[in-house]
Design a protein around this ligand. Structure first.
Ligand SMILES: Cc1cc2nc3c(=O)[nH]c(=O)nc-3n(C[C@H](O)[C@H](O)[C@H](O)COP(=O)(O)O)c2cc1C
Length: 158
């Protein structure tokens, strides 16, 4: 049976929920929140799934650093990449392109863009201003897609 590691970063928990759904669909999978936990030894896994969320067009710096520092160890693995974000279509694609190094994107067997969630009672005043002005969201909204995430996980089991 393949061994799966899901490495992720999150600010308000959407990506953590996505990582949890992926884990629940892959027996024996392990998750690692890069901001809180030490990453297990990559050599022990067949699949590495990497995901984060987008703020002001960028993925978390911890995830960028992880990809950069482990590039040579990641490239021979089966790779799955995903982001959680509010935009869709071309804007979301562009954010995905900028989130991961080109070599990883080319090598990845499975890629996905999942919708995000915005809860106005969780974010601070400045963030509220930013999302109203740039994303056009004025009230709490969820574009989270549990089914799409479960479908993504199924592809990682093949
Ligand atoms: C201040 C702020 C800026 C954001 N900027 C973007 C953005 O540039 N593009 C986008 O698609 N989503 C943006 N989002 C939406 C987040 O990506 C979305 O809320 C996501 O679900 C957050 O996931 P997390 O809780 O795992 O961090 C932004 C959200 C906030 C609060």
């Amino acid at each position: 049976m393949s061994k799966h590691l899901i490495v992720y970063t999150t600010k308000y928990g959407t990506t953590e929920k996505a990582a949890g759904i992926i884990k629940d669909n892959l027996p024996g999978a392990i998750t690692c929140n890069l901001k809180k936990e030490k990453c297990p030894e990559l050599e022990n896994f067949d699949w590495i799934i990497i995901g984060g969320s987008i703020y002001a067009g960028r993925i978390q710096k911890e995830l960028k650093k992880f990809c950069r520092q482990n590039l040579s160890r990641l490239l021979p693995k089966n790779l799955g990449l995903f982001i959680c974000c509010m935009y869709d279509g071309e804007k979301a694609e562009k954010q995905f392109l900028e989130a991961f190094p080109e070599e990883l994107r080319r090598a990845a067997r499975v890629r996905a863009i999942f919708g995000g969630e915005l809860s106005l009672d969780k974010i601070n005043f400045l963030e509220k201003f930013v999302i109203k002005k740039f994303i056009g969201v004025k009230e709490s909204v969820s574009r989270f897609q549990p089914q799409a995430i479960a479908e993504f996980a199924r592809k990682l089991g093949e």
